[in-house]
Design a protein around this ligand. Structure first.
Ligand SMILES: Nc1nc2c(ncn2[C@@H]2O[C@H](COP(=O)(O)OP(=O)(O)OP(=O)(O)O)[C@@H](O)[C@H]2O)c(=O)[nH]1
Length: 374
């Protein structure tokens, strides 16, 4: 039930992919042409059959800091629940104090309204939760604030449930996953963690460093690739769509299970950069007619209502298939998941409560609601 992703066999009914183009042949009209597919520098990290040997970093370039991998925790889901609870303490703490009194009255509901709004739950989700809670309290004939708190956890779990969905791998080969988000949201870190989980489950992964502008971003992804002994397609400068096209083509030719495309951070207001993202998506489809199979947005849980605005903007531009919500540790704005469920219910595949590999886990509505109101 709590496996990190769901493995599915390719369905014979799936439309067949476009043929793998010859590496030297020019990509289709929308695809990048500068230098041709072979003109790009490719770096391989820890791979045996990558296109080119690994380029050594320049002596004066310190490799970017990437948290050391930690051994898998013993208690797995139990350990995760504890981390989730402690991560959500700031958000949940102020909501929980509402229930420390002795009476269920209008003042309690008003305090709860304030606390939910402060947690960035948003007006619509807050109104929904309050109305739902009043109904549940009446039905259950609850008389103790503690019982109301338990009923709020039920209401929240029900609101969040439509966001629960497993990431499915294997229906296509490769499963092409494009990852977008604003700067610093945690894209590369989340891709690294996801790569680790996939590699641990025997899935072969190819990474595409489609942030062609920032050397540190490419290097950071390279460190994750090395650590997980997976291949990476990387290029300095040039067109990010070119790297993505190349990676999907290579992923197909090399029979990879998953191709993960890491894109550069951007704000939804940077319209030319949003156009660039749309181009990456179109070009990926040129390399494989069925791809991308997943378009994920990584959002920083600390940004609260702003994260909801990002979901709307990126969904409008790219038709998102899923979210990864990071940095729920230490935020007071974890209520944003309820706002997303109410206003733009894009499935949440994973949530993150820290920088280590085990700090990223699948999203479970009930677990989240219980951890929040623990
Ligand atoms: N506390 C905490 N930190 C996180 C989490 N996820 C990522 N980070 C940290 O957030 C910082 C930014 O993460 P990156 O993965 O580099 O973000 P990015 O979106 O790839 O950044 P750009 O490439 O600049 O757009 C790093 O220091 C990560 O270690 C999380 O769940 N909790």
């Amino acid at each position: 039930m709590f496996s990190f992703f769901k493995k599915k066999s390719p369905s014979p009914a799936e439309p067949s992919s476009a043929p793998v183009p010859d590496a030297a042949s020019a990509p289709a009209a929308d695809a990048p042409t500068g230098g041709g597919a072979l003109g790009w520098l490719r770096k391989s990290f820890g791979a045996q059959d990558a296109a080119a040997p690994q380029a050594a970093p320049a002596a004066d370039e310190a490799p970017p800091a990437v948290p050391e991998p930690a051994p898998k925790p013993k208690g797995t889901r139990q350990g995760w629940m504890e981390r989730l609870k402690s991560g959500l303490r700031k958000t949940g703490g102020s909501i929980a104090t509402v229930f420390t009194g002795t009476q269920i009255n209008d003042a309690l509901y008003e305090e709860l309204e304030d606390a939910l709004l402060m947690a960035d739950t948003g007006v619509k989700a807050t109104q929904h939760l309050l109305a739902d809670l009043r109904r549940r309290v009446k039905e259950a004939k609850a008389t103790e604030p503690a019982a109301v708190k338990a009923l709020l956890a039920d209401a929240l779990a029900d609101l969040l449930r439509p966001l629960e969905k497993p990431l499915v791998i294997g229906a296509h080969q490769p499963t092409v996953i494009m990852v977008a988000g604003v700067n610093g949201a945690g894209k590369t870190t989340s891709i690294g963690k996801l790569t680790r989980h996939l590699a641990d489950h025997g899935e072969s992964v190819l990474l595409a460093a489609a942030d062609t502008f920032r050397a540190a971003a490419r290097e950071q992804l390279g460190v994750w690739a090395t650590r997980n002994t997976v291949e990476i397609i990387s290029q300095e400068g040039g067109d990010p769509a070119a790297v993505s096209f190349d990676a999907v083509t290579a992923g197909r030719a090399r029979g990879k299970d998953v191709v993960l495309v890491d894109t550069a951070g951007r704000l939804p207001t940077q319209l030319h950069l949003m156009e660039e993202l749309k181009k990456i998506k179109r070009v990926v489809t040129k390399a494989d007619a069925t791809a991308p199979h997943e378009v994920l947005l990584v959002i920083d849980g600390n940004t609260g209502q702003n994260a909801l605005a990002q979901v709307r903007a990126f969904d409008d531009a790219l038709s998102l298939t899923g979210l990864i919500v990071t940095k729920l540790d230490g935020t007071a704005k974890g209520g944003v998941l309820a706002a997303i469920a109410q206003e733009r219910p894009v499935p949440v595949y994973f949530i993150g409560v820290g920088e280590k590999v085990e700090d990223l886990e699948t999203f479970d509505a009930r677990e989240f609601a219980q951890a929040l109101l623990a």
